[in-house]
Design a protein around this ligand. Structure first.
Ligand code: HEC
Length: 114
């Protein structure tokens, strides 16, 4: 989940900067991390719930493909709400995810490289 947390934060700043290639990369890294939980931690309670994230990932993906900032924002809110919905469902409701205010790292440029 820690890697998912970082990708979730980076995804926001990529989208805010309309850096769609980076946003696309981050959403795929996140998808991969969810797939790994499903595959390697299948005995865990949350693994059977993991599919609930798919519609939200799809909607962020669609916004990225369309390079649409407004759609990106609504998709990102949907994604973040879905993170929290699962935390509630698996009794980890004290892990509350939100839209980040500052970039998760200072050694990465989220703007488009020209
Ligand atoms: C399928 C259920 C599920 C989904 C979906 C889910 N989580 Fe989690 N999350 C968990 C569980 C269970 C834990 C506690 C156990 C753990 O850390 O593995 C957790 C823990 C966390 C933590 C706390 C980690 C720590 O060590 O402090 C963060 C942050 C987090 N999730 C972020 C996210 C984000 C961001 C998303 C959405 C992009 C998300 N989660 C989606 C189930 C889920």
């Amino acid at each position: 989940m820690s890697s998912i947390q970082v990708h979730h934060a980076k995804l926001w700043f990529a989208g805010q900067n309309q850096n769609w290639k980076l946003a696309d990369f981050e959403v795929h890294e996140m998808t991969e991390a969810f797939n790994n939980i499903r595959q390697y931690q299948s005995e865990r309670k949350e693994s059977e719930k993991i599919e609930i994230i798919n519609p939200a990932l799809d909607s962020v993906n669609a916004a990225i493909q369309q390079k649409d900032p407004a759609l990106f924002k609504s998709g990102y809110v949907f994604l973040t709400n879905t993170c929290n919905n699962c935390h509630h469902a698996v009794d980890f409701e004290f892990n509350v995810v939100k839209i980040p205010e500052i970039p998760p790292v200072s050694n990465q440029d989220f703007k488009i490289n020209k």
